[in-house]
Design a protein around this ligand. Structure first.
Ligand SMILES: [Zn+2]
Length: 327
């Protein structure tokens, strides 16, 4: 059994390792890597349980990570860890025995205020790690723990549950720290890390753009409301320089087509006019939704330069014009 100090060091080492392996969260990580590749003081340590969602290593009294399994397409919300009335997400016990070792491990991590890693499945065997997260309360009657992202762990969720301001803040924080990175992971996976318009394949230059802004602050956006776009095409899409028709053709704004300039304008923008998207997801249900495309496209046709109305989508400093998904 490791000491409490070693427990803390292992956690920190695991999170540092994940940062490096995922390029600060830009890329997902595979199941086998999580089982095989992390070493702490010369010993291999699995960061994920082989089967269970809760990972409580035998050498620790505490849980180290939790996992939300990927669930296939077609649903608005590929997870059921829905937020409670306080805006914080929940994580279910392992089965229903409160004294199961996994559940005790979570309880102990909560009692010690330890950071945990949350692995979100974005494809079978592929995860987006979110960390640190903290357990801040337990709801035994519902067989679940209350999870807070970094910065919210010191709030008493039960005491503040009814407070609108806290709920809004918690939801916006959750959206930024969990839903958006997971959305990015899902979109990148579906588009095989390629720009839908130009096929560029450099994750550092790619964004998960929303076709229309994700106004529902409780929900993760579905992949069918997403487009993997490089920075240029994302900004051009949001600025109404180009649009995508419901049948997946790119249209460039007329005045842009009349312009003469260097290679980015000529090749990067003008030449796309009339072309079909180069990259769409293999799975039909992940492909851009025609109705959602139509919403943006109609706006583009009506008022091209205003195709990206700046609508508040629920958290400070980020409006509908900013469709970038930050890490
Ligand atoms: Zn592009």
């Amino acid at each position: 059994m490791l000491t409490r100090q070693e427990d803390l060091e292992l956690r920190n080492a695991a999170m540092t390792w994940l940062e490096v392996r995922t390029q600060d969260g830009l890329n997902p990580i595979g199941y086998e890597d999580l089982l095989q590749d992390f070493y702490f003081r010369g010993e291999r340590r699995a960061l994920k349980d082989r089967q269970a969602g809760i990972c409580k290593p035998a050498v620790l009294e505490t849980a180290l990570s939790i996992t939300t399994t990927y669930r296939a397409e077609g649903k608005e919300r590929p997870y059921d860890d829905a937020p409670g009335p306080d805006g914080l997400l929940r994580y279910k016990w392992h089965k229903t025995d409160p004294n199961h070792a996994h559940n005790r491990g979570l309880r102990e991590a909560m009692a010690r205020g330890l950071p945990l890693i949350w692995f979100w499945g974005i494809a079978p065997g592929l995860y987006k790690p979110i960390f640190p997260v903290y357990l801040v309360a337990e709801e035994p009657e519902l067989h679940q723990f209350v999870v807070a992202t970094d910065g919210l762990q010191n709030f008493e969720s039960s005491g503040l549950g009814g407070e609108e301001a806290f709920r809004e803040y918690a939801e916006s924080k959750t959206k930024r720290r969990i839903h958006q990175p997971v959305f990015r992971g899902l979109v990148m996976q579906a588009y095989e890390t390629r720009c839908a318009m130009c096929n560029l394949r450099h994750s550092a230059l790619l964004d998960a753009a929303h076709i229309v802004p994700d106004r529902d602050e409780r929900g993760i956006a579905a992949v069918r409301n997403g487009l993997a776009l490089c920075k240029i095409h994302h900004a051009a899409y949001d600025a109404g320089i180009l649009a995508v028709t419901p049948d997946l053709k790119i249209e460039v704004r007329e005045d842009i087509l009349d312009e003469v300039d260097g290679p980015i304008l000529e090749h990067g923008l003008k030449r796309l006019h009339g072309e079909e998207l180069r990259k769409v997801p293999k799975r039909r249900s992940d492909r851009p939704d025609r109705d959602l495309l139509a919403v943006h496209y109609e706006e583009f046709v009506r008022a091209p330069s205003a195709a990206a109305p700046r609508i508040d989508i629920g958290f400070p400093g980020l409006t509908a014009g900013d469709r970038t998904v930050p890490q």
